[in-house]
Design a binder for this molecule. Structure first.
Ligand SMILES: [Ca+2]
Ligand SMILES: [Ca+2]
Length: 156
């Protein structure tokens, strides 16, 4: 009973994690790694970030090969989301909005501290026009227009 009341209060006050949803083709929970939920309902980077915050989660930040393999295993359940280039990318929680050219996680952590600074060839390459990050199905990072409407993962 106490836990249930606490959860209800948490939902109002914004504290604590949302109750995990049941694992399925869009959700995976890996002990010691994290909880990942795929959103096939594509949004802009900022909207996606907000959606994750509402779930008491954050936009995916890849920290290891294991983590990429985990989200890829979910992503593989959705091979045909779009008929164009967007099919191959998801938003990721990195940005250079604070300082052009200096990508960090959205929490300000330098890329070389993430454990996964695997940029695509020549990336980031789009300068002031592209200040958000996207991840390819092949596991590479790209700078990206924040207004791109892409699928995304939330991570807890
Ligand atoms: Ca992570
Ligand atoms: Ca930029």
């Amino acid at each position: 009973m106490a836990a249930r009341r606490g959860a209800a209060r948490g939902a109002v006050s914004g504290h604590g994690l949302a109750p995990p949803q049941r694992p399925g083709q869009d959700i995976k929970q890996v002990p010691g790694l994290g909880y990942y939920k795929f959103h096939a309902n594509a949004q802009t980077w900022l909207a996606a970030r907000h959606t994750c915050t509402k779930e008491r989660a954050h936009l995916l930040i890849v920290n290891s090969d294991d983590e990429f393999a985990t989200v890829k295993s979910i992503w593989d359940n959705y091979p045909n989301l779009f008929q164009d280039w967007r099919n191959d990318y998801v938003h990721i929680g990195i940005t250079d909005l604070a300082e052009e050219g200096n990508f960090t996680t959205m929490f300000g952590e330098p890329m070389n501290m993430t454990g996964y600074a695997r940029w695509g060839n020549g990336e980031p390459s789009h300068g002031k026009a592209a200040n958000c990050g996207r991840l390819s199905r092949t596991g590479q990072l790209f700078d990206s227009y924040c207004t791109n409407v892409l699928a995304f993962f939330c991570e807890q």
